[in-house]
Design a binder for this molecule. Sequence first.
Ligand SMILES: NC(=O)c1ccc[n+]([C@@H]2O[C@H](COP(=O)([O-])OP(=O)(O)OC[C@H]3O[C@@H](n4cnc5c(N)ncnc54)[C@H](O)[C@@H]3O)[C@@H](O)[C@H]2O)c1
Length: 354
Amino acid sequence: MRYMVTGGLGFIGSNFLQRNVVARPNDTFVNVDSCSYAANPKSVESLESAANYRFVRLDLAGGSDVRTVVTEVSPDVIVHFAAESHVDRSIRGPESFLRSNVIATHNLLEAARELWARGREGVRFHHVSTDEVFGSLGSEGAFTEETPYDPSSPYSATKAASDHLVRAWHRTFGLPVTISNCSNNYGPRQHPEKLIPLMILNAKAGHALPVYGEGANIRDWLHVDDHCAAIELILEKGQSGRTYNVGGHGERTNLQVVEAICTSMAAELGRSEASVREQIRYVQDRPGHDFRYAIDPRRIESELGWKPKWTFEDGLRETVRWYVANEAWCASAVNDDYRQWTQTHYAPPQTGTP
Ligand SMILES: NC(=O)c1ccc[n+]([C@@H]2O[C@H](COP(=O)([O-])OP(=O)(O)OC[C@H]3O[C@@H](n4cnc5c(N)ncnc54)[C@H](O)[C@@H]3O)[C@@H](O)[C@H]2O)c1
């Protein structure tokens, strides 16, 4: 099989490549990425000498080049991870999200449709999406595949648009597609603008640990390895045209996550837990901040036999250890762009601390 993996210099795409390139020596993997601020070549450095791996730098929003590259690679499977992925950045500047999430997905769908037009067997376009397309939950219930779309942020609105495009290309043109909507991922190689690596790196550096609002918002955490295993199963056994929700039964408030990181960091750094917790700072909440996400993963569990392997506690402890042990990777991720973002983004609350 020839795989085209888009966004493979990012967090989840690089973990997918790390799991598959060596394990499947008879398959080839072409990593297509624009090298945006979120890309980290160090995440796939160990794969560069593999005979079945190749990197192509390409902006998928760029038009005719996409068709040329897809034709040249001639993939059997496209796993589409590439996207602008940070909600806060989408609030500051939505336009790049329209380009990379909507236009790029359109370009890739059109290139795949053209390539596979002559009835090629066994091909698949898998689109990686988010539970944020469903909007926000109250304290009860969970998102199923039937939950109506109700996105809140420019990020989730553009992901919702891309999901609709993928479904439309299936219904209108018969393109063989699957979609997965998953909850918040965590694990190795995640850009430090995201909650868990941000807290780990700031805790280690002695910097503030910025928590939005009162830290009461709830996310349903999924280890990136469990997510990649779900995608592999969907590619192997998933039904074309079908959507699968992927979630790790890992609901926690943001404050619970930050406090658990403080516990692990104290153990790793040989500091008291209280001294790490003292670094917590409550900052002004994100506008339109969805209160709660929770995934009902019963479809993928019953139809494909997927089950998460990681508990949140074990997964988080191992994740903390990974960032502490991989200093060179962390140094490569903490670049000028990241420093500028963290220095300008987190404002103190307007009405005092909760
Ligand atoms: N991280 C999560 O918790 C999470 C949860 C649910 C869904 N998702 C989805 O999973 C996918 C991967 O997320 P991630 O966390 O790995 O993101 P990421 O930001 O770490 O990586 C995205 C990668 O896509 C590349 N990219 C962006 N625009 C591109 C373009 N126009 N052309 C080519 N490459 C481009 C970037 O350079 C980067 O390497 C995204 O589609 C995201 O919406 C992520």
